[in-house]
Write a protein that binds this ligand. Structure first.
Ligand code: HEM
Ligand code: HEM
Length: 181
């Protein structure tokens, strides 16, 4: 399988980035919802939060690498045969998803660091706080993190519906190309 993208096909790197980030984001949203319902004294509270932060920071790193990779090796245009409004819609949807992959972890990083703490990634690396303790910033970051996660749920549901429409209604190869072709 080719590593780089071609004008016709997604390469291995793009597929790996897409599916690893997709699984991580879906997992992080589930974990996020689960952990905010725990109380501080629950034995899973600290563990689940530590996992959430670590995995979220890895998503940030992966999303940045994915964008750099796509600048070097552009993704194929799978929308050439679609109507103009569909092309525009797909483009905006993908750009928004890319932006959220970066902005959600940054807002999460600000939630944690505006409390005066560095972010520890699985005990391997400490990402230092770039801001000092700041209650207003923390409240704003919590709100942004929350709304952007919900916006992601809506966009991803639309994204999955679009992929299924390609597969079962249009009967084209869009989903198959992102999976293995
Ligand atoms: C793509 C990555 C991420 C996603 C999709 C995500 C998603 C979520 C969700 C859905 C919640 C629950 C929100 C609520 O219902 O109140 C949450 C909470 C939280 N997340 Fe993330 N998160 C991500 C990355 C991060 C990162 C990188 C950090 C920190 C370094 C972080 C720190 C937190 C914290 C501290 C909370 C609890 C906030 C509170 O106390 O209300 N998240 N996240
Ligand atoms: C099970 C869930 C998912 C399915 C079935 C799926 C399917 C697909 C397919 C078929 C494409 C190619 C579309 C085209 O070229 O027009 C695509 C592209 C894309 N998907 Fe997903 N996807 C899923 C989850 C996600 C998630 C969770 C995200 C991020 C939050 C995401 C972000 C993207 C982006 C940004 C693209 C544009 C191409 C790229 O930059 O790699 N997808 N997806």
């Amino acid at each position: 399988m080719r590593i780089k993208n071609t004008p016709e096909h997604f390469g291995l790197m793009t597929k790996l980035f897409h599916w690893l980030i997709a699984m991580a984001i879906i997992g992080l949203i589930g974990l996020g919802w689960y952990m905010v319902d725990l109380t501080y004294y629950d034995k899973w509270y600290n563990k689940s939060l530590a996992w959430h932060k670590s995995l979220g920071m890895l998503v940030l790193a992966a999303a940045l690498l994915k964008i750099v990779w796509q600048l070097y090796s552009p993704i194929p245009d799978t929308t050439a045969d679609l109507a103009n409004w569909e092309r525009l819609g797909a483009n905006i949807m993908h750009k928004l998803l890319l932006a959220l992959m970066i902005l959600i972890p940054i807002s999460g990083y600000l939630v944690s660091t505006s409390d005066g703490k560095a972010v520890d990634i699985f005990g391997w690396i400490d990402v230092p706080a770039l801001v000092s303790k700041n209650k207003e910033l923390r409240d704003l970051a919590i709100e942004l993190h929350y709304y952007m996660a919900y916006a992601t749920v809506v966009l991803v549901l639309g994204h999955i519906a679009a992929a299924l429409k390609h597969q079962f209604v249009d009967k084209d190869a869009t989903l198959v190309k992102m999976l293995w072709r």
